[in-house]
Design a protein around this ligand. Sequence first.
Ligand code: NAD
Length: 359
Amino acid sequence: MKHTITLIPGDGIGPEVVEAARRCLEATGVEFQWEVVNAGATALEKEGDLLPPRLFQSTRKNKVALKGPTTTPVGTGFRSVNVTLRKELDLYACLRPCRSYPGIPSRYEDVDIIIVRENSEDLYIGLEFAEGTAEAKKLLSLVSQSTGEKISKDFSISLKLISEAASRRIATFAFEYTRTHGRRKVTAVHKANIMKFTDGLFLNAARDVAKAYPDIDFEDRLVDNLCAQVVQRPHQFDILVLPNLYGDIVSDLCAGLVGGLGVAPGANIGDELAIFEPAHGSAPKYTGLNKVNPIAMILSGVMMLRHIDEKVAADRLETAVAQIVAEGKSVTYDLRPGRDTTTAVGTSEMADAIIARLK
Ligand code: NAD
């Protein structure tokens, strides 16, 4: 069966790693029809729009997309490409597996943590008010009136909104994932001692959802403590479920624990649609150098293969990646001892070595 997939090359290093992943995916023998659409800086340049309508149409039609990283211009008033995509397509769960592979320089062996990050609300809701604006002043005086607190007028404001519905939805996703993937434990991460009503609500929803899954262990951790524990004793964790901002930060922390952003895949998943993309960004300074690690993108493709029920191909490709990494010869600079660029291969040569292993 041929799979029609929306392919979003992105910008910066995106096109290079997407091309490497596309070649590896095709080398598994699974048949693909790729629908290539622009997003981010490339789309802005070519089509005058960071997120052209065709991007949404194609993803909605095909239900599955493979996406390279995209640059969001800073300080220009543009909303983040990724935040908007996730919101518009209701991709409410961000899945980030953090797994050690032998051969990847990292602090620990055998780390296997899956991060389930809530994607739709929290501080990423995008309700922000700049210091000194009429809206900010109005909001501050409303808060002052309702609480009786004296509040200075020179604050900027970002609203943190957390709902019970979204908290229950992400907790249910985490428990279902745990059950269907034969995992053992869910840890809810929060700061409910300080943010009693937002993080408190998230925690209570997770506790309540946990009651329906007596076969799965459940615990919760304060996010600061969790960070220390993950760095010191990562093996105690299995599935972490977090609100949006903590999920963003902790997933990069965990990526660092298993070898860095170059090896951390990801997916944004909703009830109907899914976009597979690495955790890393567009790393503009490496654009066009054929230098960065394609593994995060290729492993995002492995997650996509599992999602479209091509499990045998997924296992083969993951094994090929693991073998090349373990051998440590045909790898990019970030996986060479001392990050030695003179003995490293380029992005496309690393993909070639993986493809040769699939034959
Ligand atoms: P980044 O992930 O692009 O790069 C940070 C550093 O990580 C790089 O300088 C590099 O040293 C390393 N790195 C990243 N990818 C690597 C790879 N494949 N192999 C080896 N090393 C790698 O983060 P940034 O510099 O903070 O962000 C750059 C742009 O990317 C920003 O515009 C940001 O908005 C965007 N971004 C996009 C996404 C996405 O599209 N999903 C995610 C994060 C950031």
